[in-house]
Design a protein around this ligand. Structure first.
Ligand code: URA
Length: 184
């Protein structure tokens, strides 16, 4: 991958990317959005149908849950940087394959290097696996992990709360903890 020197360059590279077969089924690739100098970067899994239609991350049902959790922690969407592990929608919203995560990993690495947030919030197992090689995030959530000079905070994926409403409270609690850590 060529060196990506700004968030705008990452955005352009993502929107024209053909590195894996997901490009064939997309309406729009979905680069990250938000404050390119944010103290908090949130990383999800991959765009869903609504994100694919609009080209923006977390604008569907999971996004509404995320927005509510952020608001409860005194955070606005514009004050953070929100992105995904994989930038194109997998068919029927299946979990991205290892090869798809690998093909997209340079974009996430570039976003992390350019935004250089105080903390990266991993939302769900796909991001956990990609960034830290982890799994079983429901047990690990609420923890901060330092790796390679970067602080990561672990939480559940907002979409998990669509089916298990108790996780909305968990996500809200985690966002409040995240806001406190980021302010420190
Ligand atoms: N789920 C994700 O992981 N990302 C989105 O952008 C939307 C839903």
């Amino acid at each position: 991958m060529v060196a990506l020197g700004s968030i705008d360059e990452v955005r352009r590279a993502v929107t024209s990317c053909t590195a894996c077969a997901l490009c064939e089924g997309r309406t729009n690739a979905v680069p990250g959005r938000g404050d390119a100098r944010a103290r908090i970067m949130l990383v999800g899994e991959a765009p869903g149908r609504r994100e694919d239609g609009l080209g923006e991350p977390f604008v569907g049902a999971a996004g509404q849950i995320l927005d509510a959790a952020l608001a409860g922690a005194g955070l606005s969407r514009d004050a953070v940087y929100i992105t995904n592990t994989v930038k194109c929608r997998p068919p029927r919203n299946r979990v991205p394959t290892d090869a798809e995560r690998e093909a997209c990993s340079g974009y996430l690495a570039a976003e992390m290097a350019l935004v250089a947030p105080r903390i990266v919030c991993i939302m769900g197992n796909t991001a956990y696996r990609s960034l830290l090689g982890g799994g079983g995030i429901t047990r690990e959530r609420g923890k901060t992990v330092r790796r390679g000079g970067v602080d990561y905070f672990l939480t559940v994926h907002p979409a998990a709360a669509i089916y298990n409403r108790a996780l909305e409270g968990v996500l809200g609690e985690d966002m409040r903890a995240l806001a406190r850590i980021a302010a420190g």
